[in-house]
Design a protein around this ligand. Structure first.
Ligand SMILES: Cc1cc2nc3c(=O)[nH]c(=O)nc-3n(C[C@H](O)[C@H](O)[C@H](O)COP(=O)(O)OP(=O)(O)OC[C@H]3O[C@@H](n4cnc5c(N)ncnc54)[C@H](O)[C@@H]3O)c2cc1C
Length: 392
């Protein structure tokens, strides 16, 4: 290292090390920000270390759909807390969040059977609507037999909400966000970063799918992979607003909330017989309308150690075909296409590991981090060392 560079490096070390913080957080996605928000609530000082100059990971590439009603077990507990916290945080930090609910449209008798079973046993508000009532909720296309209406699900615009939370945090006393700063390793009570060392009583690593870059053993023993998804934004198909999030029978196959419905195997078999390409590419058609009227729609799922690089046009066509059917329109005009990546593990939906006494590695290892992160973070902070519980 040249002398001038070294001097800059030393100054940077001093800057990051100036203040010892109660909590250091790696990652300014929703998981990291959730920990920071709740730590601030507890009166703690917080430093967030984020390699990007803005949040640009999974947390801004999704539907912004907090799908409470599709969760089960711990996920449902986290989602319940998360729902209340999203609404409160939106008021505090000044972004849009609303209880828009979800309309899950059934076109096959097997789908109708599953949603009836779900509505009869679920722990969340849920109604089965007939076709007429479903059409009154949203302009969906022909062939609708009925729909599952879950009014308690909350929605945000992820591209606005997540940066707004980061900006709000930056305004809070005792909080610093170190953008364009890479966390590179951990020492005793120290986070080593590309700009120097940061001393902290507790450290939360919320690096999403990149956990393996920082703590490979933790990531590998939890079986974390990368799930890559294709996403689209299309122009509003018509003048009628689409208030609820829209889902189809494919969601019944994917989320744990529906897993114990007795008719699920029959529905899966029907998809396998008639639409095997949807199962092959893990298509789960979701549609959420944004404030400018455009619709976010997706998604496909493919799994591996590395994130996908290339988009497949035929998968976009597959999703667009399903969306045209759902919305009963002849064409949809694409405005944007992107890939999203999230952490995934077959071993469980949530990874919380304590590689050292004052370090927690936290990752939502299924596609429900927007729904659950704010609830999960509360549990993680409760389990951190004594000083982190201090309330000022
Ligand atoms: C296409 C798509 C659709 C989805 N839809 C939904 C949905 O509708 N509802 C829902 O609940 N969930 C949804 N999810 C899942 C949800 O988006 C994720 O579970 C959640 O965003 C994960 O948050 P995160 O903070 O762990 O990850 P990220 O948002 O990826 O943030 C991790 C951050 O850590 C930073 N980082 C990593 N390593 C380092 C390092 N060494 N140093 C510094 N910074 C580092 C990264 O730069 C990144 O900003 C979806 C995901 C995708 C991809």
């Amino acid at each position: 290292m040249a002398q001038a560079e070294f001097a800059l490096y030393v100054r940077a070390v001093a800057r990051l090390g100036e203040h010892r913080v109660d909590l250091a957080v790696v990652g300014a996605g929703i998981v990291g920000l959730a920990h920071a928000v709740l730590a601030v609530e507890r009166g703690l000082t917080v430093a967030i270390v984020e390699r990007g100059s803005v949040p640009s990971g999974a947390s801004v590439r999704n539907f912004g759909h907090c799908y409470l009603s599709a969760q089960a077990g711990d996920g449902l507990d986290y989602a319940r807390t998360g729902r209340e916290r999203w609404l409160a945080l939106a008021a505090q930090a000044g972004f849009w969040a609303r209880e828009t609910g979800t309309l899950l449209v059934a076109r096959w008798p097997e789908e109708l059977a599953v949603i009836h079973e779900f509505a009869a046993m679920c722990e969340v508000p849920a109604d089965v609507l007939d076709a007429e009532a479903a059409l009154a909720k949203a302009p969906v296309g022909e062939g609708v037999l009925g729909a599952l209406w879950t009014p308690g699900d909350v929605r945000v615009d992820p591209r606005r909400a997540v940066p707004a939370i980061a900006a709000w945090l930056e305004d809070q006393p005792g909080v610093t966000v170190h953008w364009r700063t890479d966390a590179r390793g951990l020492g005793a009570g120290v986070l080593v970063t590309s700009r120097g060392e940061l001393e902290a009583d507790a450290i939360v690593i919320a690096a999403g799918h990149d956990l393996d870059r920082l703590l490979p053993e933790v990531s590998e023993s939890a079986g974390v992979q990368r799930c890559t998804l294709q996403m689209l934004r299309v122009a509003a198909p018509g003048p009628t607003p689409i208030d609820p999030a829209l889902a189809t029978g494919l969601a019944l196959l994917r989320y744990p909330g529906f897993a114990s419905c007795p008719s699920l195997p029959a529905l899966r078999q029907r998809f396998a017989d008639e639409r095997p390409e949807l199962l092959e590419h893990g298509v789960n058609l979701l549609v959420t309308q944004q404030s400018d009227g455009t619709l976010i729609l997706g998604d496909t799922h493919s799994y591996g150690a590395s994130a996908g690089v290339f988009r497949a046009e035929d998968l976009d066509e597959l999703m667009l075909g399903e969306a045209r059917l759902l919305l009963g329109v002849e064409r949809l005009s694409v405005r944007e296409r992107w890939l999203g990546v999230y952490a995934y593990s077959e071993k469980g939906q949530f990874l919380v590991s304590r590689p050292e006494a004052n370090v927690s590695a936290v990752s939502v290892t299924s596609g429900v981090g927007m729904t659950t992160a704010l609830g999960l973070a509360e549990r993680v902070l409760d389990d951190l060392p004594h000083r982190v519980h201090a309330v000022v």
